[in-house]
Design a protein around this ligand. Structure first.
Ligand code: 3HC
Length: 285
């Protein structure tokens, strides 16, 4: 499939990444359906898109009125309805291989034969996700960064069987939504960015768990002495503490106790109002 043939996009998942990806795809002029498993998830994601578009409009960052962009977004909880006419599906579901396999095997049945099936997985192997389908050549990684509206980079990841045509069309699609793609030709856990970012979070997690530094000291050092836009704990709160947790678990890596405690307490970051910092009753990061 070539870029010209992509008219309709489906995004699976209305969480942080799903609704952000839906927004950037609609901003670029594509018709897009956002699907999640529960109506309340879809509604929350849609409200976040409305909020974000209003912010962009207030700051003069978009040429169209938010309502016109929202007109290009449909929502549903029905997987078949979301994907039957889609030329490109971008899956942004939880980071568990069983869930990905269920979705990709359904997609293989429901979508037309030429449709590209992309996964926004943070670090699960594309090759293994593609095994749930009879078209591994049309399965590709398309990894956005949080928040998708603000972050420029998108990794386009080859699984072992991904065809050049699929990867090239995906790369061109990323350019068409005004992002900067890079190819990742080795299907290793974490791809490029999370291979680098993993230790950034892990080292900080172990230091705080071992009482060598506090959360605030660690974040302040990285921001004020190292020039990062956010420290590792603030970033964990933004991306979701459970995301990094599942990535480490799926990779069989040890998880720093501070991370484990937060996940057990369901304090997952901004999305739950509390993580390493308190966003409801406190001042946030
Ligand atoms: N839509 C529209 N506006 C938004 C927004 C969104 N989604 N998110 C934030 N804004 C607004 C803010 O509300 C703020 O508005 P205000 O000035 O009226 O208060 C404005 O944008 C400016 O925001 P900030 O002043 O907080 O900060 P910056 O614009 O300077 O930068 C940032 C924000 C780009 C998020 C920057 O802090 C950053 O780069 N942080 C690191 C992010 C990062 O590393 N992401 C990758 C995570 S890893 C990942 O996603 C991989 C995955 O696999 C886990």
């Amino acid at each position: 499939m070539t870029l010209d043939a992509i008219d309709r996009v489906a995004v699976l998942g209305a969480g942080n990444m799903g609704h952000g990806i839906t927004e950037v795809v609609a901003l670029a002029g594509y018709d897009v359906t956002m699907r999640d498993i529960k109506e309340e998830f879809v509604e929350d994601g849609y409200e976040d898109i409305e909020w974000s578009l209003e912010k962009l409009a207030e700051k003069g960052r978009i040429d169209e009125a938010p309502a016109e962009i929202l007109d290009r977004i449909d929502t549903t909880t029905d997987l078949e309805e979301a994907t039957e006419d889609a030329d490109l599906v971008i899956e942004a579901a939880p980071e568990e291989m069983d869930i990905k396999h269920d979705i990709f095997s359904d997609l293989d049945e429901m979508t037309h034969d030429d449709a590209i099936l992309a996964s926004n997985t943070s670090s699960l192997p594309i090759t293994e996700i593609a095994e749930a389908t009879d078209r591994p050549e049309r399965v590709v990684g398309m990894h956005f960064f949080n928040p998708p509206v603000k972050m420029d980079l998108v990794e386009v990841i080859y699984g072992q069987e991904t065809s050049d045509e699929t990867a090239e069309t995906t790369y061109e699609f990323v350019e068409s939504i005004d992002k900067t793609p890079i190819y990742v030709r080795k299907d290793v856990r974490g791809f490029v960015v999370n291979s680098v970012l993993g230790p950034f979070g892990d080292e900080a997690g172990w230091m705080v768990s071992n009482d060598e530094a506090t959360i605030r000291e660690t974040d302040a050092t990285m921001v004020h002495e190292r020039g990062y836009p956010m420290g590792p704990f603030e970033l964990g709160d933004l991306t979701g503490i459970d995301i990094g947790y599942h990535v480490r678990k799926e990779a069989g890596q040890p998880v720093p106790p501070i991370v484990e405690e937060k996940v057990e307490a369901e304090e997952l970051g901004q999305k739950t109002g509390k993580g390493y910092y308190d966003y409801e009753d406190g001042d946030g990061a």
